[in-house]
Design a protein around this ligand. Structure first.
Ligand code: FMN
Length: 215
């Protein structure tokens, strides 16, 4: 029998808005573990994301080995020093160096999200002219994961200060997979309705009206 589609009421809408407002990129984590049932539920939510041709190209690599974590931390720290050098002579240099831009050391769970650029599923539908749609599909999955984490009081931080080729070599994944994100997951040590980069004076939220055009 066909299931009746749910109707979302105003109370749900308000809660959903709160979820969106209180989703944060988290870099400060407690080290206490996340229950495996929560991890499975969050990955399940990620897999409900839309994907081009229903190709489901996301691949989640859960990082278990402490030695691997150490090598990733060292790599990201090196890349961050290089990134900071881009602000040399800039008034933002000092502020940049004071920012905490990853929680790779403390977060109990690390996941590298990859995109399979040649998935069997989907049979190529929708990617003839824009193959990057596969990667966009993975980003959709990450956002589902992000929201479902927040729903459980769990934080997620996206780390992109890295060289994907070096990480590829460290993780030993197929060459036709491309790195989309390195994610830190765990309980946040602090919560805020305001993005940390806004609190630290790096970048304010800009008016939406400046970002909507009409033609
Ligand atoms: C594609 C992507 C890559 C990001 N990479 C990093 C990163 O390497 N380090 C970091 O501290 N934050 C990273 N962030 C988080 C952003 O800084 C954050 O989303 C933004 O400051 C707004 O804050 P909020 O997510 O708490 O709303 C990334 C976010 C996205 C969407």
């Amino acid at each position: 029998m066909k299931k009746a589609a749910p109707v979302f009421d105003a109370q749900f809408e308000e809660q959903f808005l709160q979820l969106l407002r209180w989703r944060r990129d988290v870099r400060h984590f407690e080290t206490r573990p996340v229950a495996e049932a929560d991890m499975q539920a969050m990955l399940g939510c990620a897999a409900l994301a839309p994907s081009v041709g229903h190709s489901q190209p996301w691949r989640f690599v859960r990082l278990r080995r402490p030695a691997l974590r150490q090598r990733l931390v060292a790599h990201v720290e090196r890349e961050n020093v290089r990134a900071a050098a881009r602000y040399a002579g800039d008034s933002r240099g000092q502020l940049y160096r004071s920012l905490k831009l990853h929680g790779l050391r403390e977060a109990p769970e690390l996941i590298a999200v990859y995109c399979d650029e040649q998935p069997e599923a989907g049979h190529g539908l929708g990617i003839a002219t824009m193959p990057e749609m596969l990667r966009y599909s993975c980003v959709m999955a990450i956002h589902n994961l992000w929201l479902s984490a927040r729903l459980r009081g769990i934080g997620l931080g996206w780390v992109s200060i890295l060289d994907p080729q070096e990480v590829q070599a460290l993780l030993d994944v197929p060459t036709h997979w491309s790195l989309i994100a390195l994610l830190c997951i765990g309980y946040p040590s602090d919560q805020s309705e305001t993005p940390e980069l806004e609190l630290r004076g790096w970048q304010a939220r800009e008016p939406l009206t400046d970002r909507v055009l009409e033609r």
